[in-house]
Design a binder for this molecule. Structure first.
Ligand code: GLU
Length: 288
């Protein structure tokens, strides 16, 4: 993994248009922009694979709010919903390596299976998928019959194929990848033919992002992304996971914090300078 200098990075901000951007998003966007540095490139990606939760008005608000904050992104915006063929290609490649299997389980079925198990291992996202569909053998007839299914990565085989991996985090240094803590992750959901892990990894590779910046809540996801990069032959970016902003009571900001939405702050008369300062960038009062 080549070490890169601090200048000229290609970074991105990758929000999902499922609500209004709040101060935590402002922090994330300003962070990515700052780390692109002089001569670097700051890209914007709209992560809209979840068609049920994404709304065009939230996407329009993202463009307006970022522009109001003074952020300019380079080139066109990459909207994930317009690139499903890229994710299909990545899935095909993994399938060709024998690392993908269809999973017909329902959420309730998985919960019941986990409840029956005497010891259910847990990962960063909760109990691991117990692997019920991993050994089904040839399930092509069920797939051909249109039975609803997700596609999962056979984590054991994937890790064995890739061998030991690591990534470089600009704050924490060399991190040994441990994707197995997630178990057989979903690569394509029942309702959409990709997943967060697959789409983000493919996009960062395809967009030439060489420094991935995002919240510390996604630190663990990087274990999976590093594995997918190795399997798909993608360049390995550096990483920097930033702190998460909290409200006055210490609760992490989320989309339900409407009063801390960039838009609400603007409507209450705060200037862009003030909002940047509230998000941890620049001078000005620090409390909303
Ligand atoms: N779309 C994700 C979010 O809004 C960010 C994904 C990433 O940066 O990898 O939290």
């Amino acid at each position: 993994m080549a070490k890169r200098g601090t200048r000229g990075a290609v970074t991105r901000f990758a929000p999902s248009p499922t609500g209004l951007l709040h101060l935590g998003h402002a922090h994330s966007a300003l962070f990515a922009h700052a780390l692109a540095g002089e001569g670097g490139r700051f890209l914007l990606r709209i992560e809209d694979i979840d068609r049920g939760r994404c709304r065009p008005e939230f996407e329009a608000a993202i463009y307006q709010d970022l522009a109001w904050l003074g952020l300019r992104w380079e080139g066109g915006v990459r909207r994930q919903s317009e690139h499903m063929e890229d994710y299909a290609r990545a899935l095909d490649a993994l399938d060709g390596m024998g690392l993908v299997y269809p999973c017909f389980c329902t959420r309730a079925g998985i919960r019941a299976e986990i409840a029956r198990a005497s010891a259910a291992p847990h990962g960063p996202d909760g109990p691991l998928y117990p692997g019920s569909c991993r050994g089904l053998g040839d399930a092509s007839a069920r797939v051909a019959a249109g039975e609803s299914h997700a596609l999962r990565l056979d984590m054991g085989r994937a890790v064995a194929r890739a061998g030991p991996l690591a990534w470089h985090d600009r704050e924490k240094g060399r991190i040994a990848a441990r994707p197995e803590i997630f178990g057989d992750v979903v690569l394509a959901r029942k309702d959409t033919p990709t997943s967060y892990h697959l789409a983000v990894t493919a996009d960062d590779g395809l967009q030439g992002v060489n420094l991935v910046t995002r919240g510390a809540d996604l630190f663990q996801a990087t274990h999976v992304h590093r594995l997918l990069q190795a399997l798909l032959g993608l360049d390995v970016p550096e990483y920097r996971h930033h702190r998460l902003l909290a409200d006055a009571s210490g609760q992490r900001l989320a989309k339900r914090h409407d009063s801390l939405a960039i838009r609400s702050l603007r409507e209450r008369g705060h200037t862009a300078d003030e909002v940047r300062a509230m998000a941890g960038f620049g001078e000005g009062p620090c409390r909303p």
